[in-house]
Write a protein of this length. Structure first.
Length: 411
């Protein structure tokens, strides 16, 4: 029991680390090529569409871009694709490890919608696939010839998904799934559109045929979408650390405004890379959007612990821990050592919102967070931080015994 919980937490840590590493590689190469493409000097003679001289790491680089393809196939051609694929695969693995296996804790909130684990997982996976199909069909429709209109429709879809996820999952899972929804579109763009189109151009080149420029145009549209969606995805993937983003009444509006911030920030940098006058209005727009987000986050759903306890519906797993031996003792320890911060209205000086949106006040709160309490305060001394509330070793032992009893308990 002990080894399983600790091992699973390390697996989650390893998958998260892999996801961060691959995401850095993908986003880094993506941002670099966007900046390179926009900054190319196109006032040159010759077959190249543009060129650039750059200096880095003590060396000079001379880069040329061909609009469709060079006349002959290069002997060595580097394909940028695995960064995207590895990021999505590691993200999917993290979704499964944290939100599917831990569905009763992180994914399902019976007070939002009562779901069986299999139903929640099906909605989770199905929504990602359906999102890509809908987006892809829109791009292939006549709307693909009107990029601005297409982007506006895409934004409306993202707003609808922001609201929809909050009606099904926990706030934390809702924003995370919105990020996964968007990231799935981005990676599918690479896998199903950008790479196949580039392969067609390469095959034409090898066969001595002149490549059709339409394939580059299609790939360029999808790449542009990826460019503007990247920053919101990063925000949404980090949002689970900030309850002021996910654990508030207007979390779906906050997520929607983040997409607009992604547009204003990327437009600023894209224009700068093009060596055009910097659009300073984007700075003001970004600040206004962020202030709106701050204002929305300060109006959360406030309720007392008594009101929460009256409406709480416990999952079967939480009921098991609430009925386990030592629960009353564990509850007293948590209330005495943890609930001054992990409360709906924290009493710790200077704290306005419970860390990570974790409440530990009611029977349901504590039973639902049994595994986290075990890992944070029984296996390790991570909580309370710096042991500010003076949790004793014998109290940590009680928490261990309670968790182990809950794991073994059968109603």
């Amino acid at each position: 029991m002990y080894d399983l919980a600790v091992m699973w937490d390390w697996i989650a840590f390893a998958v998260r680390w892999l996801h961060v590493i691959t995401a850095i590689a993908w986003i880094g190469s993506s941002f670099y090529f966007i900046a390179l493409d926009l900054g190319l000097n196109r006032n040159i003679e010759g077959p190249a569409d543009g060129e650039e001289w750059q200096v880095h790491g003590g060396g000079f680089y001379h880069i040329q871009k061909y609009l469709v393809a060079p006349k002959e196939m290069p002997e060595h051609l580097v394909w940028f694709k695995w960064e995207s694929y590895a990021t999505w695969l590691s993200g999917a693995a993290m979704l499964a490890v944290l939100y599917w296996v831990g569905a009763e804790l992180y994914l399902i909130d019976p007070n939002v919608m009562e779901l069986a684990v299999w139903q929640a997982v099906l909605i989770s996976a199905g929504s990602l696939a359906i999102g890509w199909v809908l987006y892809d069909q829109l791009c292939k429709s006549p709307l693909g010839e009107s990029p601005t209109t297409l982007m506006l429709i895409l934004f409306v879809i993202l707003v609808a998904m922001s609201w929809g996820y909050t009606q099904v999952f926990t706030g934390r899972a809702a924003l995370l799934h919105l990020g996964a929804f968007t990231a799935t579109i981005m990676t599918a763009n690479v896998f199903f559109i950008i790479m196949p189109n580039q392969r067609i151009v390469v095959e034409d080149l090898k066969a001595g045929r002149e490549p059709d420029a339409k394939y580059g145009k299609i790939a360029k549209l999808r790449s542009t979408h990826n460019n503007y969606l990247t920053l919101p995805v990063i925000f949404l993937m980090l949002s689970n650390h900030y309850p002021l983003a996910f654990a508030t009444e207007y979390n779906w509006i906050i997520a929607s405004l983040v997409f607009l911030m992604g547009v204003t920030i990327r437009h600023y940098f894209n224009t700068m890379h093009m060596k055009q006058p910097v659009p300073n209005w984007t700075i003001g727009a970004t600040v206004i959007l962020f202030l709106c987000i701050m204002w929305l986050s300060s109006a959360p759903l406030r309720e007392t612990a008594e009101e929460a306890e009256a409406r709480q519906v416990l999952t079967p797993a939480a009921e098991r821990f609430a009925a386990a031996e030592h629960f009353e003792d564990a509850q007293d320890i948590v209330l005495g050592r943890c609930s001054m911060c992990h409360a709906r209205e924290p009493v710790w000086d200077g704290m306005l919102w419970a860390p990570k949106g974790v409440f530990l006040e009611t029977r349901g709160d504590i039973a639902s967070r049994a595994r986290e309490i075990y890992l944070q305060s029984a296996v390790t001394h991570a909580m309370p931080p710096a042991n500010l509330s003076w949790m004793e070793e014998d109290e940590r032992l009680v928490l261990r015994e309670w968790y182990q009893a809950g794991r073994a308990h059968r109603p």
